[in-house]
Design a protein around this ligand. Structure first.
Ligand SMILES: [Zn+2]
Length: 115
């Protein structure tokens, strides 16, 4: 990990206009929506972040730019989602990132009641 990357988020694969996203592989990941330039929602897909992101985008009036963090596994996607959730406290996220049924993952953020 990069030393100047304390949240271990890495470099987003792409920050682009939402309607330009084209992806042909299903990959876990996290997506970030902004409204008026401020992070408004963080979402995750354990299977196909691009398909999930496209479906969610229609749900609210977000800025056209979306940030996608591809991850190597659902667990890594969960950890990234938690870090972004705690960093930005997005207004449209009502609850803490969910753990899939049957998993016993813990939030990586110190002090969180899910850690
Ligand atoms: Zn947490």
């Amino acid at each position: 990990m990069l030393s100047d990357d304390p949240l271990h988020l890495g470099v987003p694969l792409r920050t682009t206009l939402n309607f330009c996203i084209m992806a042909n592989m299903a990959i876990p990941g996290v997506y970030v929506y902004k409204r008026n330039g401020r992070v408004a929602y963080v979402g995750r897909s354990d299977r196909d972040v691009y398909a999930r992101e496209s479906a969610s985008f229609r749900a609210a009036n977000y800025d056209l730019t979306v940030t996608i963090h591809e991850r190597s596994s659902p667990f890594q996607a969960y950890r990234t989602e938690c870090r972004l959730f705690h960093k930005y406290e997005p207004s449209d996220n009502d609850i803490h990132p969910a753990v899939p049924a049957g998993a016993n993952w813990r939030c990586p953020v110190n002090g969180c009641c899910w850690s």
